[in-house]
Ligand binder design. Structure first.
Ligand SMILES: *[C@@H]1O[C@H](CO)[C@@H](O)[C@H](O)[C@H]1NC(C)=O
Ligand SMILES: *[C@@H]1O[C@H](CO)[C@@H](O)[C@H](O)[C@H]1NC(C)=O
Length: 406
């Protein structure tokens, strides 16, 4: 193994610390970091080797690529265009292997005909992804919940025929394959760590095990996904995301076990939640609950930015990504990308813009020693459109600390 001269590295540490302190100036910092990385590699001595090229083992960055897509509302044609544009799938709609995570934030059903095709496709991708090291994270939106409740106000009239009628539709979405995949493969929210040392998707924050409570510079290197939003007033945020998802599973199970199923509204009366729903389950479906909340999208940005850090801190995340409140022109980034609203009305029912959000995380050790304590961490958040892209946030920082990269 070639050895990096530790004297060279140590002499750079004060510079990194200085840069770390100045990280609130991202543009300038990135320049400095680029310069530093360059200087470091250019100066690395080639220890008595006949072949210097083999002597310098450049440290490998860890890279994680995530694509998130918002409300699809019954339009598989536009959904295919979006996933292909974002390189999640190939032209046949099969998992491409180009991304590590594909996340959909709910509202696949209603306002269009393609309910069956879309849920079947999501299951196909979920099955294909692991063979290429990928994973699909699916969420229930308020429209999936409305259908589970028996609130069919937004069901597209011709969509009912694709199931073979109203009774058949109710059976499939409640106890048939769609109801089953909702219960097994969909959650109301998720927490996606950006680095594997923080655990697999949906590892709780605060961490359950005391060992994991050791301060880590990347403890909050994670993103939350939800359909509506994680309101500052919502009382069941933590531990995140298991508290919300436990309430969600329990409510879905009560809805799926209602007998007889309430006849669909309209023309029948709105059935509401089951009589034995708990106050926690009522609150989940309430206006400040994760399915319906619109505050992060509609409140003045100034007040959102005052409140966002507290929610991020409590949920162990750096950004919150949500759908539900459409902007038909663009993905909305607020508070320097801490709030990202990705519903752009993709379905032809709205005729909005076709979009996907890309998150690329890299963590690069500054030297190749196994016990390195200095890293360059970078998050690039980009809105992807059919005719171009826009970088919404680019954060780079030098960090010092122990990161378990086993
Ligand atoms: C969950 O998704 C997997 C992968 O697509 C699928 O094989 C499985 O049937 C789904 N689970 C249920 C209960 O539908
Ligand atoms: C973050 O939360 C911890 C407790 O979990 C608290 O001690 C700390 O003050 C909070 N920091 C901010 C910036 O809110």
């Amino acid at each position: 193994m070639p050895r990096i001269f530790s004297v060279g590295l140590l002499s750079l540490l004060p510079i990194f610390l200085a840069v770390y302190l100045a990280w609130c100036q991202p543009e300038q910092l990135q320049e400095q970091l680029r310069g530093l990385q360059h200087a470091f590699w250019d100066k690395t001595p080639s220890a008595n080797s006949a072949n210097p090229a083999h002597d310098i083992e450049k440290p490998m960055p860890f890279v994680r690529r995530i694509i998130a897509v918002g409300d699809l509302h019954g339009d598989i044609g536009n959904a295919q265009k979006v996933l292909q544009m974002a390189k999640v799938v190939d032209e046949n709609g099969d998992w491409s292997g180009n991304v590590d995570f594909f996340v959909q934030t709910g509202d696949i059903i209603d306002r269009g005909d393609d309910t069956i095709k879309l849920f079947a496709w999501m299951d196909k991708l979920r099955q294909q992804a692991p063979a290429k090291g990928g994973q699909v994270l699916s969420h229930l939106g308020n429209h999936e919940w409305m259908n589970a409740i028996g609130d069919w106000r937004y069901v597209w009239p011709t969509e009912i025929d694709t199931f073979g009628g109203s009774d058949k539709r109710q059976e499939v979405i409640m106890t048939g394959w769609i109801g089953k995949t909702w219960a097994a493969n969909y959650t109301t929210t998720s927490r996606l760590p950006l680095h594997p040392s923080l655990g697999p998707p949906n590892t709780d924050y605060p961490p359950a095990s005391p060992r994991a409570n050791a301060p880590s510079p990347i403890s909050h290197a994670a993103i939350s996904f939800v359909h509506g939003g994680l309101a500052p007033t919502y009382p069941h945020l933590t531990p995140f995301p298991s508290h919300i998802n436990r309430i969600s599973s329990s409510l879905l199970s009560k809805l799926q076990n209602r007998r007889p199923f309430p006849p669909p509204h309209p023309p029948h009366p709105y059935p509401g939640l089951p009589r034995d729903a708990t106050p926690e389950e009522e609150r989940l479906y309430g206006t400040d609950g994760p399915l319906w909340y619109r505050g992060w999208a509609l409140d003045p940005e100034e007040s959102s930015c005052r409140q966002v850090d507290d929610v991020l801190n409590r949920t162990g995340t750096r950004r919150m990504i949500m759908g539900h409140t459409p902007d038909f022109d663009k993905i909305v980034s607020r508070c320097n990308g801490k709030i990202l609203i990705i519903d752009t009305g993709i379905s032809h029912a709205y005729g909005g813009v076709l979009s996907a959000l890309s998150i690329v995380y890299t963590l690069t050790p500054v030297d190749s020693a196994a016990n390195t304590k200095t890293w360059v961490e970078k998050e690039v958040i980009t809105a992807l459109y059919m005719d171009g892209h826009e970088v919404l946030a680019e954060d780079t920082r030098a960090i010092v600390g122990n990161i378990d990269i086993a």
